[in-house]
Design a protein around this ligand. Sequence first.
Ligand SMILES: Nc1ncnc2c1ncn2[C@@H]1O[C@H](COP(=O)(O)OP(=O)(O)OP(=O)(O)O)[C@@H](O)[C@H]1O
Ligand SMILES: [Mg+2]
Length: 373
Amino acid sequence: MTLDSLHLLFFKNYDEANLTFSPGINCFIGDNGSGKTNLLDAIHYLALTKSAFTATDAQSIKQDGEFFVVKGRFSSPQPSLPPRTETIQVSLRQGQKKILTHDKQPYERMADHIGRYPAVLISPYDTDLIRQGSEDRRKYFDSLQAQLDHDFLELLISYSGLLRQRNATLKQSGAASHGFDHDYLLALDEQLVPLGQQLHELRAVFLADFLPLFQRHYQQLADKQEQVTLAYKSQLTNQDFGALLRVNERRDQLLQRTHAGPHRDDFVFLMDGRSVRNYASQGQQKSFAIALKLAQFEILAVRRGRKPLLLLDDIFDRLDSKRIARLLELVADDTFGQVFLTDTNLARTDQALARVQTDIRRFQVRAGVVAPV
Ligand SMILES: Nc1ncnc2c1ncn2[C@@H]1O[C@H](COP(=O)(O)OP(=O)(O)OP(=O)(O)O)[C@@H](O)[C@H]1O
Ligand SMILES: [Mg+2]
């Protein structure tokens, strides 16, 4: 699967852009603040229906603009037929709902799109996953699992919906004079418990499959032979979810939220048995984060049967020559498919890619205007 072209209207700092891509490597070169990462983010929208960076879609509308449009044409090879082309468009008008279309047909649910056009972004913010709280890690692994398995995504949506209902019930009953509707809570829990148990099991199974891929990529990237691991930390590992809800019932009522369940799970990152956040060096943390992304690429490629688009933001700036060389080996040996990368320096990019055989296209980005070099 390749992204053949991209069309933008009033997206972030772009009024309009029309780009035609190489199926190999596409380089966006420009000064700081020119709009390179915004182009990667537009591609991220096509893959995952949302920005990789901004919290709300409205922030992606150009300042003082009314709407944005991001449109991409994808093509995929078909045995003994011409390549199949498909057009994906994401658009948002100020104050309205985001619209996603596939060949002009609107999707009823964004969720139906997730995973069909996989993309993996390697960005300077990746180490946030190590430093931030458990919610970020849960979101990261949930998003990855959702791209791999539509049933997991449906389960996650159902669980989150019920949990919201449960928390709303706890809040209402706190405010209401008649007190607490215990029967209603029990009825909700009866639905919540099997979904939560299932979510727990799917996360555990996923992590067991993902871990060896991650460990192999880390060993290939890092200098030393330190042992890294990802541990799944969940209250449900050795306790029954239903029993946990009952034990916490009093506290849940008092504090008006649900204290136990897979929404409290964490994924713990360890190096030689110690916390990566507290003990690993900056370089080791970078390798850790990149190894996560490379393992993500591999598992998506294998399970979805199509290589994800690879978005490399500022890699030459941030990584030492050894890690860059390792990444470029993967580019050269055809592990990756289509690649989009950003850099501030054309000469440095050309030098780094000098020995890569793949077709390369370069684009110059200047203050929201982008043109092939
Ligand atoms: N909604 C928006 N409207 C107008 N401008 C925006 C909007 N959102 C972001 N920008 C601007 O887009 C500019 C380019 O951002 P981008 O992150 O793509 O730059 P970059 O080329 O990747 O820079 P760097 O090399 O520093 O990473 C920023 O100055 C930012 O303020
Ligand atoms: Mg940038």
